[in-house]
Design a protein around this ligand. Structure first.
Ligand code: PMP
Length: 367
């Protein structure tokens, strides 16, 4: 059996140790004679799995006790609708920072559902190559919340600061972050956010699961006319089990949280590894005549590293040879072309070393 290095943007690589553990427990979960997939979500065994996963995530991220953690479904895209539904019940306008494709989709959905969305700042003027500076964020006077995307998965554009937002009267505007492609990549001060959400299929676990971390005082802002499955208040009241949750994905997420705690040693350690990995890859790009990445240095993503070849006629060969060398899924997003190496938590440093060596070798032969 060979496991190649997988640079897919999502569904993305999972830690081999996690998959091995899942394999061991697959047919007979701890002597119970059935797999986790076949358990009732109401059973004692499963509830223990679910609660342990939540407790480990709370510990890893230092989630304060006045925040609820929800394990829901529908992809991160469903949250583009769920967030305005949950936060606009008492009026006001959804505000956004637009830094690329995902932020843009969130804006479109809010507009589609509620007719209005205020773009408080945008990096469009800079072709999404750098994030707007904090002083450029201009909230609407009735801002109900500010939504942003700390890491744009397609553009490879990341915030180097956490926006701090207040209304003219000094009151706080809740900050909402789509952390789909950056959650758990390093330590986080959860208390600065009203809501954090993330699709699981990058740094959390398999697709089909979405984690939402929501400050308790925001639970009563929901609109009355919203679908109950989207309601954070109802999800929180039911322990994320209004209906059948994505049980196996939730279990695997729990294994990933355990791996982060025991194998990696927590998020500070993960942060250092991610820094080393991305430093190595950007250095290889910057020191070459063949590869380039156009993002402002301070806003380069540590998770998604897009790059182009000076001669795009070499793209096909690059990808075919990389694939042959066991370096999978380096093709850039269909909307932008070029290459993209997603180097999430589960992509080991050795994978980045192998990619850097391959890139250098390819440049020497073809560049
Ligand atoms: N937000 C971000 C930042 C993403 O990277 C993605 C998926 N790549 C999404 C939202 C959409 O996620 P999903 O496919 O789970 O709806």
């Amino acid at each position: 059996m060979t496991r190649h290095y997988n640079f897919c943007a999502g569904p993305a690589a999972l830690p081999t140790a996690v998959l091995e553990r899942a394999r061991e427990e697959m047919l007979d979960y701890r002597g119970r004679g059935l797999s986790v997939m076949e358990m009732s979500h109401r059973s004692e065994e499963y509830v223990a799995i679910a609660e342990k996963a939540e407790a480990d995530l709370r510990e890893l991220l230092g989630v304060p006790s006045h925040y609820r953690i929800l394990f829901t479904q529908g992809g991160a895209s469903q949250q583009f609708a769920a967030v305005p539904w949950n936060l606009l019940g008492k009026g006001g306008t959804a505000n956004f920072i637009d830094t690329g494709i995902w932020g843009h989709k969130a804006i479109k959905e809010a507009r589609h559902l509620f007719g209005e969305a205020h773009v408080a700042a945008s990096s469009a003027d800079h072709s999404h190559l750098e994030v707007p500076r904090p002083e450029a964020i201009a909230l609407s006077s009735d801002a109900a919340y500010l939504h942003f995307t700390p890491n744009e998965t397609i553009g490879g554009l990341a915030f180097d600061y956490t926006p701090q937002v207040q209304r003219d009267d000094g009151s706080e505007v809740p900050l909402v972050a789509d952390m789909s492609s950056s959650i758990l990549s390093g330590p986080l001060d959860v208390s600065r956010y009203g809501i954090i959400y993330a699709g699981a299929q990058k740094n959390i676990g398999p697709a089909g699961l979405v984690v939402v971390i929501v400050r308790e005082d925001l639970l009563d802002r929901a609109r009355d006319d919203m679908p109950s499955l989207f309601s954070y208040r109802e999800l929180a009241a039911a322990g994320s089990m209004i209906n059948t949750p994505a049980t196996y994905s939730w279990y695997l997420a729990g294994l990933v949280f355990e791996w982060l705690k025991s194998d990696i040693g927590g998020l500070e350690a993960m942060d250092a590894i991610n820094q080393r990995k991305s430093d190595k890859l950007y250095a290889a790009i910057d020191n070459s005549a063949l590869y380039s990445n156009p993002i402002a240095v301070a806003n380069r993503s540590r998770m998604n590293v897009p790059f182009v070849l000076a001669d795009s006629r070499l793209d096909k060969e690059f990808l075919a040879e990389a694939d042959q060398a066991g370096l999978l899924n380096l093709k850039g997003h269909r909307s932008v072309g070029g290459m993209r190496a997603s180097i999430y938590n589960a992509v080991p440093e050795a994978a980045v070393d192998a990619l850097v060596a391959f890139m250098s070798d390819f440049e020497q032969r073809r560049g």
